[in-house]
Structures are given as C-alpha cells and as structure tokens.
Design a protein around this ligand. Structure first.
Ligand code: FAD
Ligand code: SIN
Length: 517
C-alpha cells in the first residue's frame, strides 16, 4: 500500500506524541509505532521531569547542574535554551491532560543525582505512565491524527531509492518518507511525507542487562546511519546505577534515583556505605560516577550486586511515595521498609544519536528527530537525571514549529518506487537471529560497558565486523522480518558505540577507559 501525509511520525513515546499534537492543526499526521501505542521507554519513566518552576530554584542552577553532569562537552546554548523553555513545556503537558503530584497547590518536587535543588516534577513513581496516558488520550481525540500500531519502519527513503548514488559527502540528502513493514499483512508499505520525524527511542538492548523495554533497538539511529546521515556521541551509553537485581527478569526493573533523593543510601555487600571513597556528593553524585563506583565495588568483592538501603525513609513515606517500587519488590520477597534492595547497574539511556540542530532537523533535509534517538548537545558526556523527558518535549516543540513552516515549500516525491522483495526467501532458522543477538549483547556488555580499554574495544570491533557481515548476508537474501531488521539495527548501533568510543582519546562523562587514566 502507498500512503501520503503531511507529517509522518515514527514512534509513539513522549517525543512523537508531543510533536504530533503540535503539528496536527496544520495538516494530516500519521504516527507509526512498531508495537502497542503505549509501549516504549516513556511508559516506564519513574523519577519524573526536571524543570525550574519556582523562585526557590533558578535557571542558572539547573543550567550549571546540567553542564557539570555533562562533563564539559554539553552545547551551552542548547542547555540554556532547553532549561529556560522547560516551564512552558510543562504547562503544555498539563494542558494536554497530564497530572503531576501537587501539595498545597504547588507541584511536589523530588531531587535526584547531580541536582542541587528539588526540581523533579513527578506522578508518584510512575510519571512516564501518566505522561503516556495523558498524551495518548489527547492524540485519540484529534481528528487530524491517525495512529497505526504494529507498523515497523524499516528505512527512510532518500535519493538512494530513486537510483542515485548517496554517500556521506552527498550534499542535501533528502527524506521522502519511510518504508514500513505492516505487522498485520506482512507487506512493506510506502509512506510518503513532506516532513518526517523520527522519535524511535533508545538502544538499551545492545547490552545484556538494560532497563529499556524490548522495543529499544536503535532503529531510528541505524536508519539514519544507513542513509548516510550524521550520528554522534554514541560512546556515551548511560548505565543507571540502580536496577533491581533479579537475574531472570528482562528488562531490568528500575529503582528510581528519587529514592536516593529521598534519603536511600548505597551500601556494599557487607552493608557498609562506600560512596565517600568516590565523591563528596555520596549516593547523589551524577550517574556516571555512581555507576563506576558500584561496578568497582562489585568487582573488588566479586559480587553480583550491591544494596540500596531505603529503610531510613520511613514506612509510610515509602509506601505512599514509591508504591510501584514497593509493590514490585514485595512481589519478589523484598519488603523495602525492612530489607535492603539488591541492585546493580543496567544500560539505561543513549546520550548520543541522530545529530540535530536547535530546530530538531537532522543532517538529512526534511528529516527531524526528537527524544532519545536524537543528539541535541544537551547531555554532553552524561545526561543529568530527568533531563530526558524534558529534552523530548522541548525538541518536539522546536521541530514542530519548523515543520509547520517547512511543509509550505515541500512537495511529496511521487517517483519513489515501492519496496522490492523479488527473489527473497523465508529465513527458516530463527536461531541465526536469536543467537547473534545474544552474542552481540555479550560482546557489548563485556567489552564496551561501564569500564573500557583499548584492547576490549578492538576485540569488540573485530567481532562486530564478523556478525555484521553474517547478518548483512542473511538480510540481503531473506524476506524481511521485524526480528531480522532489529538485529541489523542493533549491530549498526553497537558498531557506532564502539567506533566512536575508540575515537575518543580522553575519559569524559560516560566514556571511561583504563588506558586513558
Ligand atoms: P520512547 O518512549 O522509547 O518511544 C519510542 C517509540 O518509537 C515507541 O513507540 C516505539 O514503538 C517506536 N519505535 C521504535 N522503533 C520503531 C520502528 N522501527 N518503527 C516504528 N516505531 C518504532 N527520563 C527522564 O527524564 N526521567 C525519568 O524519570 C526517566 N525514567 C526512566 C525509567 C526507565 C525504566 C527508562 C527505560 C527510561 C527512563 N528515562 C527517564 C528515559 C526516558 O524515559 C526516555 O529517554 C524517553 O521516554 C524516551 O522517549 P522517546 O519518545 O524518545 O522514546
Ligand atoms: C530515575 O527515576 O532514576 C530515572 C530518571 C532518569 O533516567 O532520568
């Protein structure tokens, strides 16, 4: 099938939905999403969204905290713009119907690692679920928006699909839309659009242990890389210090940093505090520092996990303030009001991604990106907690403002051919895909994790090359499936993380190599 729209959005998390709501008054919008409408990292966000809402805090402090966490490589102009725009975007979310907790008529604010003030707006400890609920309700009520579930975007369409040679040096690469695999018909549809927004989320599934849902396979980043667009800062893969240690569970359940903000303390396997050895901000130091400290303590003790002790917060405050975590831990026999919580770091967030300018446009003309798949310059070497949801709404807004203008001067490219599946055969050996995916995750976790070295990176690079060649070969002769496409995308992202890590010759933020100390 062939579809034509003004605005095409790939992804139904906070970034895609916010953009869609903003452009909908100006044209026809289609949102493609590869799973159910609400499935994505947004739904699982716990801590909340950072913004300066009252005079007791200041933009300067939030800017400074973001720059410090980013370890000197944030884009200062982007940081200032994002943080100053935050209150307007928060008020907009509230207008769309999202509820944040209040006390005495004011937003109830939490604190997380790296923040010098209490400034995290939240909805108990399930903020993302509330954001997703509110936005999806607004989307469903809008007559100009069509949301299509189980539609897997395979590739963005550029001049390459018109038979022209496109390299990374080609000026003015243009995006005409995407090819997408329809999960119901198993056919590849052609979506043509004046403007396309990628809002495909993160890439946590390149690692064995991740807080990310299964949809986080870096599809948008890989698509742009294949289309010869610019992808940057991928070496900055963020590990969250505290995921619940429950080895058989995937994704790993997150224990929000807000719990540390409320007073929970990290302890080693003997129950002693250890963060004083690493940073004066103790358990509330920025994430890169805390994750490395935990990794080191686990290695010294040969332990599979350490502990987070939340008992000092008090029974009622825990049950009322963190009901999701309380219930989840109880399910596996841990009463957080009485027991310490076993934790370990897990891959959580990708700071790098599709390079975009301040208007959210990528290096490919008429292709915008927002949310976790993008790289705006806000996070630098390490994202400050709860700045991700914020970045997503700010850049969804900026992209929407530009996209609304852009469609006035863009024509749909009607020469685009439909997908050609001639000569492809069904791959009957699923094991080729599942085993390679496991191999990839092992390679990345062992060699390109929290602590790296030149030798480990080289080893990862060589092994990735091999599985890239095998998978590319399989892809080129197989009828396309979502599993195979995801694997191809994961390998592309793993390659980008490793290659960009090899190129960075200094320890910055989340990139830490023992050869660069
Ligand atoms: P997502 O919400 O991940 O949505 C991606 C969408 O793209 C999905 O709808 C998916 O189906 C779709 N998609 C992907 N590939 C394709 C494809 N090929 N075709 C079609 N559709 C596709 N950040 C904070 O700021 N505060 C927090 O408290 C916080 N807590 C977090 C807790 C957890 C457990 C996790 C995992 C992350 C947390 N983060 C938090 C990070 C934050 O939630 C994410 O960065 C953010 O929600 C990403 O939003 P997004 O719209 O970019 O992507
Ligand atoms: C958390 O709640 O600890 C996650 C916050 C984030 O990833 O920004």
């Amino acid at each position: 099938m062939r579809y034509t729209v003004d605005f095409l959005v790939v992804g139904s998390g906070i970034a895609g939905l916010s953009f869609a709501l903003k452009v909908a008054p100006y044209g026809k919008v289609c949102i493609l999403t590869k799973s159910g409408a609400s499935e994505g990292s947004t739904k699982y966000a716990q801590g909340g969204i950072a913004a300066v809402m009252y005079d007791s805090d200041s933009f300067d402090k939030h800017i400074q905290d973001t720059l410090v966490a980013g370890d000197g490589i944030c884009d200062r102009e982007v940081v200032e713009m994002t943080i100053r725009e935050a209150p307007d975007r928060i008020r907009e979310l509230v207008r769309y119907g999202v509820n944040f907790d209040k006390e005495g008529g004011r937003f109830d604010l939490h604190r997380e690692g790296g923040h010098s003030e209490f400034r995290i707006l939240h909805h108990k400890d399930n903020t993302g679920e509330e954001i997703e609920r509110g936005l999806l309700q607004a989307i469903r009520e809008h007559p100009n928006i069509e949301l299509k579930e189980n539609q897997f975007a395979i590739d963005i369409i550029t001049q390459h699909h018109l038979g022209q040679r496109v390299t990374k040096h080609t000026p003015d690469i243009e995006c005409y839309g995407v090819y997408a695999l329809n999960g119901d018909t198993h056919m590849v549809d052609t979506y043509l659009a004046k403007v396309t927004l990628l809002a495909t989320g993160g890439v946590g599934n390149v690692y064995t242990t991740t807080t990310n849902p299964v949809i986080a396979t870096g599809d948008g980043v890989a698509m742009v890389h294949r289309a010869r667009g610019v992808v940057k800062d991928m070496e900055f893969a963020q590990f969250h210090p505290t995921s619940l240690y429950n080895p058989t569970e995937r994704p790993a359940f997150l224990i929000t940093e807000a719990l540390r903000g409320a007073g929970a303390v990290l302890k080693d396997c003997k129950g002693n505090e250890f963060m004083q050895k690493y940073d004066e901000r103790l358990s509330l130091a920025p994430r890169d520092i805390v994750a490395r400290a935990i990794d080191k303590e686990m290695k010294i003790a040969g332990a599979e996990h350490l502990y987070l002790d939340a008992r000092g917060i008090g029974k009622q405050a825990l049950i009322n303030g963190f009901p999701t975590i309380y219930a989840k831990c109880l399910e596996i026999g841990i009463n957080i009001t009485k027991d310490m919580i076993p934790i370990r770091p897990a891959a959580h967030y990708q700071c790098g991604g599709i390079a975009v300018d301040k208007k959210g446009e990528s290096s490919i003309h008429n292709l915008f990106a927002a949310g976790e798949c993008s790289c705006t310059g806000l996070h630098g070497g390490n994202r400050l907690a709860s700045n991700s949801l914020l970045e997503a709404v700010v850049y969804a807004h900026n992209s929407a403002v530009e996209a609304v203008e852009r469609i006035k001067s863009v024509d749909i490219c009607t020469q685009v051919p439909d997908w050609n599946a001639e000569g492809m055969v069904f791959n009957e050996e699923m094991v080729l895909i599942t085993q390679t995916r496991k191999e990839l995750q092992e390679i990345m976790s062992n060699y390109v994790g929290i602590v790296r070295s030149d030798l480990r990176l080289r080893r990862a690079f060589d092994r990735l090359n091999l599985i890239f060649r095998e998978t590319d070969d399989l892809y080129n002769r197989s009828v396309i499936t979502e599993e195979l496409s995801e694997l191809r995308n994961l390998i592309a992202c793993a390659y980008l993380i490793t290659k960009q890590a090899m190129a960075r010759r200094e320890n910055k933020g989340l990139h830490y190599s023992i050869d660069l100390i």
